[in-house]
Design a protein around this ligand. Sequence first.
Ligand code: LIP
Length: 296
Amino acid sequence: MAESRAVPALPDGVTVAELERLCVTFATEAAGFVRDERPPKVGVSATKSSETDVVTVMDRRSEELLHALIQQSRPDDGILGEEGADVAGTSGLTWVIDPIDGTVNYLYEIPAYAVSVAVVAGDPHTHGAWFPVAGAVADPSLRLVHHAGRGTGAWTTPEDPSGGVAPARLAVSGEDRLARTLLATGFGYASEVRARQAEVMLRVLPLVRDIRRIGSAALDLVRVADGSVDAYAESGLNAWDLAAGWLIVEEAGGVVVGERRDGPPGTMLTVAAGHALVEQVRTLFVPGADAAPEPD
Ligand code: LIP
């Protein structure tokens, strides 16, 4: 199984708890912005990998807000953002941000999008060369923030803690059989990629309970962490889609791997589930991999 990671030596005396607190603060502020400052007509301001891979003005303004908040508090850290932020740091820590994950849902006013903010050790530009230390996924529609620090558990906290609702600890599903697995997944923006992903679904769909296509990788990973789906698998993700959710799943007792049994998640494949299920799901998505036996 994926190795458990120790907390790296942190710079300038900062603690995991402080980094997690900053992730929550920044993600919450950006979530409130994209929700409360949404203009009456949100248009597509640009497209990226295909005409369906859209960017709105709010994606960009949310990333600008996060960029400013991070640089004010952590000026020596790097920043990598979906909408172009790419600042080299000197501290060994990099903030990996998705200013709106689930942009298409945001565009269509479907309440399933998130702001994902993570602090990672290593180089998030290089697959296998980084891992998250703290992270937060803010859900503007439910006014909740899901968060974790390495070694300190995964939690869901109301966006406005003044209501006195205590943080709820997250735990992954204990499901161990594919036939009973509710599987979240997603699809890329390029039509030829979607055709290949549809072929995988032809193989997978008869073998699981059902699939859910929520439209936000960050929220998919949170749902694995809180047990509201049993597993998640998707190809084509970027670091900003998965950085915070990866840690939240691990701190909720789950496992997050990539195309290799003990390898890190990445663009080739990201799989998240409890220990009893993750390898069975991974082999479904890796053609030619030895099928993992179901437990007795
Ligand atoms: C989205 C991911 C989702 C994937 C979508 C898209 P974006 O990120 O969160 O899992 O299926 O195709 O990539 O583009 O909304 O930030």
